[in-house]
Design a protein around this ligand. Sequence first.
Ligand code: AN0
Ligand code: CP
Length: 323
Amino acid sequence: MKIFQHVSDIGDLGAALAEAQEVKRDRFQWQHLGRNKTALLIFFNNSLRTRLSTQKAAMNLGMNVIVLDVNQGAWKLETERGVIMDGDKSEHLLEAIPVMGSYCDIIGVRSFARFENRQDDYEERILQQFIRYSGRPVFFMESATVHPLQAFADLITIEEHKATARPKVVMTWAPHPKALPQAVPNSFAEWMLAADVDFVVTHPEGYELDPQFVAGARVEYDQMRAFEGADFVYAKNWSCPGVTRPADYGRVLDDYHTMMDWTVSARQMAVTNDAHFLHCLPVRRNMIVTDDIIEGPRSLVIPEAANREISAQVVLKRMLEAL
Ligand code: AN0
Ligand code: CP
């Protein structure tokens, strides 16, 4: 594997899930693969899980790991070509990327949506430059539009806890005080549509996700109806994707105080099939989900986060095998 961005990059999902379980059985059995190989993890944004789980996965494979927080200690990077660089940015991405590539064998990049220009975000302007100029395999650690390591871990978690062959999985929008990217819901939708599940998305009007990720998904605007009979509830906030109104891209459409009935609580969970609760974390309690649900016996948020180590290890293993 040279790029890990979309569900199609992982190939057959059954094989990927089997490989994940093989990693879980003994995660240290491929230490020879990573010997004298270096993973460089580049963060333009904060992280707890992605940072730790991906480092751990690389170490499990015997790799060396370098982590760079671009905004803490590196030079401020210009990303636009043609700019006269007389401002606060000392270095251009076009030099920084090949330099970073020269010190490693595999690169992971986290660079969130900037919400300045929908087209720039949805064309993945930053990650595409890493692919083009680093000379290395690149895996996405949450880009402007996707978070595939998360969606893969979510799928592993669902596979491990499903009680029926084809569970009903409901992804629900939930309120949040600040504008968040669409990367997590985009990838979750993409991966669920590729998997063998009954997938339903519910959100207020105006939050329609980009068809490139959700085409074919059932959208139900009535959250209670969507939750009926659900086996898994996946909560996430996202800002306006700007599909129907491009001018609203990246905006929170309504004051969150007026949207608090979307917070996942015992009221909605009561109409499910005793659903498991999932969230990628970090989560704001009593905005996205109430304390009792996230702490309850059906909450899977901790094993879900633990599976981030597994999804990262499958991806790194496949990239090492293809070097
Ligand atoms: C980010 C997001 O919603 O995309 C990262 C989630 C993994 N969340 C926040 O910025 C709070
Ligand atoms: N879920 C997730 O990617 O968490 P972090 O932002 O902490 O990495």
